[in-house]
Design a protein. Sequence first.
Length: 222
Amino acid sequence: MTQSGAVVLTKDAPTVSLDKHAVTSGLIRVNLNWTSPRATAERQAAPRGWFQRLRASMRASAAKDVDLDLGCMIRYSDGTKTVVQALGNAFGAVDRFPYVALDADDRSGARDAGENLVINLDHQADFSKLLLFVYIYSGAIDFRGLDAVVTLTSDRGDRFEVRLDECPPQGHACAIALIKRQKGELVVGREVRWFTPKDGPAIHDVISRAYRLGMKWTPGRK
């Protein structure tokens, strides 16, 4: 499915071959963007009548910022495992190991550029699996109403989009997509697999075990 020039991965068409799109080298940017309730309320406070502006301003003040964290769990061909994320300041690097980097930590959803991971496909032979994931660090109990969208963009402009829709109540983390080699080709597969508190409190460990990545976790902060 294609919309606005992007290949949209859906339940019916969940995978795309990067090789078939000639995306086999260079950098690919993974962008996470979402709508902050506070930003929405502030837009609604645009100039109108004085009383309406006052009420909209009060709603904006009461609205919370939502901090979503984009990350990537990586397993390498030699069995090495690591994660790139804001938690623990594990921002990574593009020109050296882990060949994946996070550009910034958007703590409100108001940043136009959102959060971006960059993957260096010049080292794709080193990768076994790259699992893109996101979770709520603070400000909301689930993803409903956040309109979160993840877009992968190659150096030359190829775009692949995954929408984080159909979130269940209390869905506070999501395995977005899995990038791996399949039948000799590098494939992006839509996951949109939701996790809720009933799955366990240590969400990183829960996601890692669900995808058999075999990672060991220690408490982190940012």
